[in-house]
Design a protein around this ligand. Structure first.
Ligand code: C2O
Ligand code: CU
Length: 430
């Protein structure tokens, strides 16, 4: 903290080396280290100051995914940071406790910058925590899931999958940069902050034993009430906070099962949709420190739109590398929204490819999925939502941003190859 009580974060991106497996270390990129980026943390009401120095050989940006903040602080493609320079955004946190993240967003180069290792969590806190495990690294664990491929010389293989159009799909799954990891568990309950930080893979998390777990949070905050389930699916960019209870001495494996994508068998196979992957083994100690019981209520849950039949004011059709038939153009603002307004958008993927939809600056709520109410694990705050083929997904958004007709926020598919190829648009708040 600086003398004015602001949270100051010094971040520096540079090339490094990281050991994924025996043999030579792999050339990577990282922030304040050789690979990935530190977990940042701030509380509602605090002012954040970032000093981001780019010591990479390329222009990049740093975007605060899920954060409500002025457009010129957003770190999208309009805030480039040239090599050897420092960018210093600042904003005041004004949103609920949540697991957000940050990563580069240079137009056309996001996939490779993220793949080389630039991403980290940004945890937001809110005073008055409600009985969830919250000792970072003890019973509150960041779980950044990323897949990659290594060449025979242990270099990152940056080649796209030959088919499927989603770019890089890796066969080596890592958690926080570690392949085949395990987590020593020392408490009765452990909270996992799951981030799908992959370029294109969709994960469907569950446990090898078939045990259930409790979903307590989604992209933008805690659910109204805990929800018990055996599976939670995350497309790229999405987060879920889950709480898992283990017995003393027990072991179990967090796995990804074949996701429900609605794709045809051909596209499913090429995009990794048939894969079952081991992600993280949990190993409970013989003695576990007691954890408080989970609270029955977690957060206030006011609905932005109460009538599910509310007609959308905008429609977005995702297809190939376009939205409504148009590819991203840095010079084209697609539309303006009025500050303080609430809108319903309908997003439909109309081709047989995996897509999702991410909107900058806002946390939205799902109104309906294919005309039906959203499932319980999707009823909280979201900034990214999976859009299966030909299933209209309606979302409600409230625009709280400060008016800035000159600086756009992005909306796009978070399959990074799709985003880079043009499945992205821009809006401004006026
Ligand atoms: Cu996580 Cu526009 O990005
Ligand atoms: Cu897409």
């Amino acid at each position: 903290r600086d003398p004015e009580g602001r949270r100051v974060f010094d971040l520096r991106a540079s090339p490094g080396e990281h050991r994924f497996r025996a043999g030579r270390p792999t050339p990577t990129w990282g922030i304040n280290g050789p690979y990935l980026a530190p977990t940042l943390r701030a509380a509602r009401g605090e002012t954040v100051v970032i000093r981001f120095r780019n010591d990479l050989p390329e222009t990049t940006t740093l975007h605060w995914h899920g954060m409500h903040l002025p457009a010129r602080m957003d770190g999208g493609p309009h805030q480039p940071v040239e090599p050897g320079t420092t960018w210093s955004p600042t904003w005041t946190v004004n949103q609920p406790a949540a697991t957000l993240w940050y990563h580069p967003h240079p137009h056309g180069r996001t996939a490779v910058h993220v793949y080389r290792g630039l991403s980290g969590l940004f945890i937001l806190d809110e005073p008055g925590a409600r009985g969830l495990p919250s000792q970072y690294g003890v019973d509150d664990i960041p779980v950044i899931v990323r897949d990659l491929n290594l060449t025979e010389h242990n270099e990152l293989d940056e080649r796209d999958r030959e088919q499927g159009g989603v770019g890089i799909v890796g066969d080596l799954v890592t958690v926080n940069g570690t392949p085949a990891p395990y987590l020593p568990v020392t408490t009765q309950r452990v909270r996992l902050r799951l981030l799908n930080g992959s370029n294109s893979r969709i994960y469907r998390f569950g446990f090898g034993s078939g045990r259930t777990f409790t979903v307590v949070g989604t992209d933008g905050g805690l659910l109204a009430a805990p929800y018990e389930t055996g599976r939670v699916q995350l497309s790229p960019g999405e987060r879920a906070e889950i709480v898992v209870a283990l017995r003393p001495g027990e072991r179990d494996a967090l796995r990804s099962f074949p996701p429900e994508t609605g794709l045809n068998p051909w596209d499913r196979r090429w995009t990794g949709g048939d894969d079952t992957l081991d992600v993280l083994e949990l190993r409970a100690a013989r003695r576990l420190a007691p954890s408080p019981p989970l609270p029955a209520r977690l957060a206030e849950a006011p609905r932005l739109v109460t009538d599910p039949a509310t007609p959308p004011v905008r429609r977005f059709e995702l297809s190939g590398y376009t939205i409504n038939g148009r590819a991203m153009d840095m010079k084209r603002i697609d539309f303006a929204v009025a500050q303080g307004s609430t809108e319903v958008w309908e997003v439909t993927a109309i081709d047989d490819a995996p897509h999702n939809f991410h909107v900058h600056d806002v946390q939205f709520q799902l109104v309906s999925v294919g005309g039906a109410p959203p499932p319980p694990e999707l009823r909280g705050w979201k900034d990214t939502v999976h859009t299966p083929p030909n299933v209209p997904v309606r979302i409600a958004l409230r625009f709280r941003g400060e008016p800035d007709p000159a600086t756009p926020y992005m909306f796009h598919c978070h399959i990074l190859n799709h985003e880079d190829q043009g499945l992205m648009g821009q809006y401004v708040v006026t």
